[in-house]
Ligand binder design. Structure first.
Ligand SMILES: *Cc1c(COP(=O)(O)O)cnc(C)c1O
Length: 388
């Protein structure tokens, strides 16, 4: 597909493969293996001298369609899909790094990613230093001669801190490292990290790429030479995206841009309204002028995205009361759904941190995170008013 097409066109057209039946919507290829026309064809496929599918651990047309479409949206040479976002992050490290090397990572990244770097990869000789997502000098200071990877999420969860991706890419390249961006919160509909200089984009497709809370999935994107190592890990270790999930995600991408605009519109309206509420001490949303990196966010992202956090003056009691007073919002730590979710980070997603670590990261006991869905904002406001 012509990469010059606009994102909205690529989202509904790129990657489609048709069978002999010329179906308009994409077929789902539920098969574990593929048949060869002859012994010679089988040999050529295994030798890699002839393209085509062999076994669904490493290729399946439904997965290929999703990978091709997402690569088009991110402006990447290649995408490798995975069974989950965590599998995608693991594969990035396993495919590109070796024992004795070092990672510099934002301290404001997904909880399981912190566990992966601190407790699992550390056992295999890969060390990680965690630094502030907004202090580029701290990233530079953390670099060692063996640093190979910078890892960041922007905006961060739950405080929506915005990292300067362009500046981090320059710092990474000066250090002989790659910059990987977990683009889960923005998606390519709002932010394209490769255009800003990043080397690798990672997705938990479970979130906005699906957008309706149905399936798990993940993806890693970047230049062909980098993705070769990531693909080799997939092919050998097998954290494979299922054909069914790939099909769901491929169709999910068709509405991604519309959904992200609607999530952002609702989030901005809700965040603006929350700023005017007497019980609210502070609102964290990149689309608000009061956000400390508002100008950077608006230069780097199309909109503020769908995640809003706010600190209640009444601390934990007020936060729990607000959450328990909702009737419409779902009390769940998941995000990126058409349905609004509400969570108390200190006692759920960030409960594995010590109280001191939370305090240092700015995650107070009165903090509430809302992943704003596609319901009417009037109804969402009414749902919160009861508990405020
Ligand atoms: C959910 C999430 C992940 C992990 O993805 P799974 O699909 O749950 O494995 C990684 N990064 C971010 C930012 C996430 O929100």
């Amino acid at each position: 597909m012509n990469p010059e097409y606009a994102l909205d066109t690529l989202a509904v057209r790129a990657g489609t493969l048709r069978s002999e039946f010329q179906e308009h919507s994409e077929a789902m290829y539920l098969t574990s293996s593929f048949v060869f026309g002859s012994a010679a064809e089988a040999a050529a496929r295994f030798a890699g001298t002839e393209p085509g599918n062999i076994y669904a651990r490493f290729t399946n047309p439904s997965v290929t369609m999703f990978e091709t479409r997402l690569a088009a949206l991110e402006g990447a040479e290649r995408c490798v899909a995975f069974a989950s976002g965590m599998a995608a992050i693991l594969a990035t490290v396993m495919g590109l790094m070796k024992a004795g090397e070092h990672v510099v990572a934002s301290r404001s990244i997904f909880g399981s990613t912190v566990q992966l770097f601190s407790n699992i990869l550390s056992r295999f000789g890969i060390e990680t230093t965690f630094v502030s997502p907004t202090d580029v000098d701290a990233w530079r200071a953390a670099v060692r001669p063996n640093t190979r990877l910078f890892f960041v999420e922007s905006p961060s969860n739950p405080l929506t801190e915005v990292s300067d991706i362009r500046a981090l890419a320059i710092a990474a390249h000066e250090s002989g490292a790659w910059l990987a961006v977990d683009n889960c919160f923005c998606t390519p509909a709002l932010q394209r990290p490769l255009d800003l200089g990043a080397d690798i984009v990672i997705h938990s497709a479970t979130k906005y790429l699906d957008g309706q809370g149905r399936v798990l999935g993940g993806a890693v994107l970047g230049r062909k030479d980098l993705m070769e190592g990531v693909y080799t890990f997939l092919r050998t270790a097998g954290p494979t995206l299922s054909a069914f999930n790939a099909w769901v995600l491929h169709k999910g991408l068709e509405t991604l841009s519309l959904r992200m605009q609607a999530h952002s519109r609702n989030a901005l309206e809700l965040a603006t309204w929350l700023e005017g509420q007497a019980a609210v001490a502070r609102v964290f949303y990149p689309g608000l002028a009061s956000h400390p990196q508002h100008a950077l966010a608006m230069a780097q992202q199309k909109t503020g995205g769908g995640i809003v956090a706010f600190e209640l003056k009444g601390g934990k009691d007020a936060a729990w009361k607000l959450i328990d007073s909702t009737r419409l919002m779902s009390i769940t730590a998941n995000l990126g759904d058409t349905r609004t979710t509400i969570t108390h980070p200190a006692s759920t997603t960030h409960s594995r941190m010590t109280a001191e670590q939370r305090a240092e990261a700015g995650i107070g006991d009165g903090l509430v995170r809302i992943a704003v869905g596609l319901e009417s904002v009037v109804d969402l406001q009414a749902d919160l008013t009861r508990g405020l």
